[in-house]
Design a protein around this ligand. Structure first.
Ligand code: SAT
Ligand code: MN
Length: 606
């Protein structure tokens, strides 16, 4: 077992020593898992073709209509393995307090006795793939190397889309040293009873067994780029966040095409991909244009100019298919038209992928479980968490800065939740500390991205609840400490948004999608000192009357009032929920958050 509870500092390893460590780890792992053969993946086209051919043979992949979807394939996962399983996701450390009340903790002893034995002989009769990958652009000082050992060829071809895989990663490691994050993955027997996703932040290691699904199995994504990276960020003074990154170009006369970069955190399946690829609604299309840097994960470092600079560590999109259409996200639709993998969607009779919201339902489909489906069927044809895996470089609005080694400078951070009530469309924080409070007290209704009830309001601070690799109270302290690392006026302004507010009849008040550019416009103008906000709302700065451009939008006066309405009674209750949430962390809750809580209560007249 390579994790022997001695925290060797891999960060100081040379390139040669890192490579040596890799060889040794592969040998040790093979001895335990007993694969029939070992394949070192180089990320090449030939290798990819070979793996695809092999999976077409076993039925793991099905070829899609090559005329409409060239080089696209379909995969059906086990019906009990279609979303992240948060209750089977653990952080392993010396003390339970290290991970806090919002994470599942596992002791080293339990990891050794309950999880490690499941890997014993797990790869018998299978191939063990060794997948080196780079998170972040080649040549970026912020990029980090991971190696995933897996017995799933499906994982390999997905990792090839989602990361910079193969030679580029080994070269980065050789040049920069610093070791790599170990990720050991086996499908095991796919039983939820023997499924564990265990993180060892101190050892920079991940074990995942019993699942072949996205966030559980593509270990570069949530496991490394968020849970392990958030602990690296804490130790090294940077931020690993569950955020999209977009650039919004101002096309208005006299603005010289200035681009403002925004990072935005939303829980899974709340529209990050759509926002990252936003096409402004018709009326505002000649004023703004949006470029995508990332749709899910954002690593932010303080640059030499004192500002926060962001890179997207990923190279592809693992997007929710249902709801994606020419209307809601034409850029995503164009991106996934070729070289993409579809998981748990429905199939048309001529082998095109289909999901709810794509187009009017065809008269006949094969549903995500392989059953015949007609519009009369009671169940959905595509799984609500069905996904596409598509290369980012194919996105028509990919940012010219996508590969920039130093990333892009962030001017605004948005925290968004899915809330039917209470939360206004947009509110701006008074300052960084208040912004951290807005992020820390964020709540959202649960979605199909994780196993469990859908639509339940839960706290999801910074949209990181399932992804923070250490005690969330310490994570808040880390955020609160950012101003001490730079000059505070260089940090981005912080906003909270909610696209999902409903009226009493349960209808969305805000049209969302392309119309969200109206909120972005206000945010751009706020950070550039050109738009007005009220100063007197108890929860933060709201757009002043008329400050949000609603021209050409058929929104009645009542709806626009409701969208920005702050109901004192509701907020008194909400502040109680904040208190209960913050109390969970006991003495670790930063005093600054209690100060903000008290200030909110005072502004509410309590
Ligand atoms: O399955 S993933 O975790 O990769 C996607 C998501 O839930 O955001
Ligand atoms: Mn996500």
């Amino acid at each position: 077992m390579s994790t022997s509870n001695n925290k060797s500092s891999v960060a100081t390893l040379s390139g040669a020593a890192s490579l040596e460590m890799l060889k040794q780890w592969v040998n040790e792992t093979a001895q335990v898992t007993q694969p029939d053969r070992i394949v070192w993946c180089d990320g090449s086209e030939e290798e990819n073709t070979r793996l695809i051919q092999q999976m077409l043979g076993t039925g793991e992949l099905v070829q899609l209509n090559q005329e409409h979807y060239p080089n696209c394939y379909f995969h059906r996962s086990h019906p009990s393995d279609v979303a992240r399983t948060e209750h089977l996701t653990f952080i392993c450390s010396d003390h339970k307090d290290d991970v806090g009340p919002t994470n599942n903790w596992m002791s080293y002893a339990d990891a050794k006795s309950r999880v490690w034995p499941l890997f014993s002989g797990a790869m018998r009769g299978r191939t063990m793939y060794v997948v080196p990958y780079l998170m972040g652009p080649a040549n970026s000082p912020f990029s980090k190397v991971g190696v995933e050992i897996t017995d799933s060829a499906y994982v390999v071809v997905n990792m090839r889309i989602m990361t910079r895989m193969g030679q580029v990663a080994l070269e980065h490691m050789q040049q920069h040293g610093g070791g790599f994050v170990k990720g050991l993955h086996s499908l095991g027997d796919l039983s939820p009873d023997r499924r564990f996703i265990v993180h060892f932040p101190a050892e920079r290691e991940i074990w995942s067994i019993g699942s072949g699904y996205g966030g559980n199995a593509l270990l570069g994504k949530k496991c490394f780029a968020l849970r392990i990276a958030s602990t690296m960020g804490r130790d090294e003074g940077w931020l690993a966040e569950h955020m999209l990154i977009l650039g919004i170009e101002d096309l208005r006369p006299g603005r010289k095409g200035e681009v403002t970069y925004i990072a935005a955190a939303f829980p899974s399946a709340c529209g990050k991909t759509n926002l990252a690829m936003l096409v402004p609604s018709l009326g505002l299309r000649d004023q703004f244009r949006v470029f995508t840097v990332g749709d899910d994960i954002c690593w932010m470092h303080i640059g030499s100019d004192g500002r926060l600079w962001a890179i997207n560590p990923e190279a592809g999109f693992f997007g929710v298919a249902p709801g994606t259409s020419a209307k809601t996200n034409p850029n995503a639709l164009a991106t996934l038209q070729r070289n993409s993998i579809f998981t748990n969607v429905a199939l048309t009779d001529d082998m095109q992928p289909w999901w709810e919201g794509l187009s009017p339902a065809p008269a006949h489909l094969t549903d995500w479980q392989g059953r015949s489906w007609t519009p009369d069927s009671k169940e959905k044809a595509a799984h609500p968490n069905s996904r596409f895996t598509a290369p980012a470089r194919q996105c028509p609005c990919i940012s010219p800065e996508f590969e920039a080694p130093l990333g892009v400078p962030i001017s605004a951070i948005m925290f968004g939740g899915r809330r039917a009530r209470i939360m206004p469309l947009v509110v701006e924080a008074q300052n960084w500390q208040h912004g951290v409070y807005l992020g820390a007290t964020l709540s959202s209704e649960t979605t199909a991205a994780a196993v469990g009830a859908v639509g339940v309001v839960r706290h999801d601070p910074m949209a990181m609840l399932p992804f923070c690799g250490y005690n969330m109270a310490d994570y808040f302290s880390h955020w609160l400490g950012m101003p001490s690392r730079t000059s505070p006026d260089k940090l981005p302004q912080i906003f909270q948004v909610n696209w999902f507010r409903m009226d009493k009849e349960g209808r969305y008040l805000w049209p969302g999608f392309g119309e969200n550019v109206r909120v972005l416009k206000w945010i751009v103008d706020r950070v550039r000192g050109r738009a007005e906000a009220t100063q007197d709302s108890p929860i933060g700065k709201l757009p002043a009357e008329g400050a949000i451009d609603l021209s050409g939008l058929s929104l009645d006066a009542d709806a626009s009032n409701q969208l920005l309405h702050v109901d004192r009674t509701e907020w008194v209750d909400e502040s109680e929920r904040h208190r209960k949430f913050l109390e969970q962390f006991g003495s670790r809750t930063p005093q600054a958050l209690w100060q903000e809580h008290a200030a909110l209560r005072t502004r509410l007249g309590l």
